[in-house]
Write a protein that binds this ligand. Structure first.
Ligand code: HSE
Length: 437
């Protein structure tokens, strides 16, 4: 099939979509060379307020429409790029585009995490491609390697820092001794955190991204609700101090594991050894360590946010879709769910734990606490009492355990809370003993 050009439709004109439009214009000649024919931006679906954006003022007015029907009926569009984010109306737009026979490219982690399997099935039915490289690890290759370069492996582990905002906050808490609120404020001031950073801080952003990576890696459907998720707001500078004393640092890690056809998928703060490679990933950077039976450990690292980085992956997907159109190849969309795998309940995971608690400072207290752990078959690896307050007769006690089942630990924590000598469980954090690098 020989094509004069490939028509592009763009949904949205926010920071990412605006940057994508800029690259399509500024690099038009280069891209045409790479594809084999020009990529022509034919229509942009905007909201009325987008017309006030500087990017809109630089573009011909006839490119824009605020009308869905006008956009989807525009003749000569082969590829539709969705860069509006959020579940709706993005999901409906993607379905409509695919049903209309368009190849689609999206950076939308929420839609792919929640509806990826349905959209890929629809894309296969309509013989078009659905590409989503920018949905995880915006600026560095991740989805494509999972689909191609790692395909010969049985992926057994995914350990990922996939949220830049929280990694920046945790870096400031670890390096500068800031508390959570101050570090968040600084992240917002520097424009790293969004105006409403809830989804980042609560781990929801990482949850969507892990659902995508785990589904691809373990070749099974891992839905967002299958991912156990905790955020970072309960961490305090004290936890970072004790982590350092034990030779660890604290990261918000997205963890996926496959063992005996059982998939573990969780996002929560963890102690990781301070000499591990992931411990050295600082600031807004993202990194993903993947383990497979043939390749061993492989690490991907780069910028996980920002318009420039995101546009790099979106345009790569557009070019690969365009090449398929030029070559007359339809859908190559695969996201095979190989049956027989189950999601491991959180109760069944096994890990080490750090517990920080405030207790009365008097004889026999440590023995009572140790008895609760012992009764629940949890073995303590070390216990320290670094501080005590003479006036209130309160001691801070920090305990590290050997590997134990989550169910047993939760039961022990409930029992500890009931002890008359325990004033509060200040924090408890799981430990992930990933190897040093
Ligand atoms: N809010 C995300 C982050 C970027 O902080 O990493 C977009 O996925």
């Amino acid at each position: 099939m020989s094509k004069k050009d490939i028509g592009i439709g763009l949904l949205g004109l926010g920071v990412v979509a605006g940057q994508v439009a800029r690259v399509l214009t500024d690099k038009a000649d280069e891209l045409a060379e790479k594809v084999g024919c020009p990529l022509v931006l034919r229509k942009i679906k905007i909201l009325p307020q987008d017309l006030a954006r500087p990017q809109a003022k630089k573009m011909p007015a006839q490119l824009f429409t605020t009308d869905d029907d006008e956009f989807f009926r525009e003749p000569g569009i082969d590829i539709i790029i969705e860069a509006i984010g959020g579940e709706r109306p993005a999901f409906d737009y993607l379905k409509r585009a695919i049903a209309g026979g368009k190849h689609v490219v999206t950076s939308n982690k929420e839609v792919i995490a929640k509806h990826g399997f349905e959209l890929l099935a629809l894309a296969r039915k309509n013989n078009v491609g659905l590409q989503y490289e920018a949905s995880v690890g915006a600026g560095f290759p991740l989805i494509a390697p999972f689909k191609h370069d790692l395909i010969a492996n049985t992926v057994t582990g995914i350990f990922a820092i996939i949220n830049g905002t929280t990694n920046y906050i945790l870096t400031m808490m670890a390096k500068e001794g800031m508390d959570f609120a101050a570090a968040l404020k600084q992240a917002q001031k520097l424009g790293y955190a969004e105006g409403n950073p809830e989804n980042d801080i609560n781990g929801i952003d990482s949850m969507y991204k892990l659902a995508i990576l785990a589904s691809l890696g373990f070749q099974t459907q891992v839905r967002p609700q299958d991912v156990y998720t905790e955020g970072i707001s309960r961490l305090s500078p004290r936890d970072f101090r004790y982590a350092r004393e034990f030779g660890f640092t604290i990261k918000l890690l997205a963890i996926g594991k496959l063992q005996d056809n059982s998939v573990e998928a969780r996002v929560h703060p963890v102690f990781i050894p301070e000499d591990s490679i992931l411990a050295k990933v600082e600031g807004v950077y993202n990194a993903v360590q993947v383990e497979g039976d043939l390749m061993g450990k492989v690490m991907f690292m780069g910028q996980g946010a920002g318009a420039l980085a995101t546009s790099s992956s979106v345009i790569a997907d557009v070019v690969s879709s365009a090449r398929k159109i030029v070559l007359g190849i339809g859908s190559l969309s695969t996201w095979k769910a190989i049956s027989g795998k189950t999601i491991k309940p959180m109760d069944d995971i096994e890990t080490q734990y750090y517990i920080r608690l405030a207790a009365k400072d008097r004889p026999g207290v440590l023995a009572q606490i140790a008895t609760v752990f012992g009764n629940n078959k949890i073995s303590i690896s070390s216990a320290i009492q670094p501080e005590s307050d003479e006036q209130t007769k309160t001691a801070e006690i920090v305990i590290m355990t050997h590997p134990a089942k989550e169910k047993a630990m939760q039961k022990a924590l409930r029992e500890l809370e009931k002890l008359e000598v325990v004033k509060e469980i200040s924090n408890f954090i799981r430990v992930e003993d990933i190897e040093g690098g």
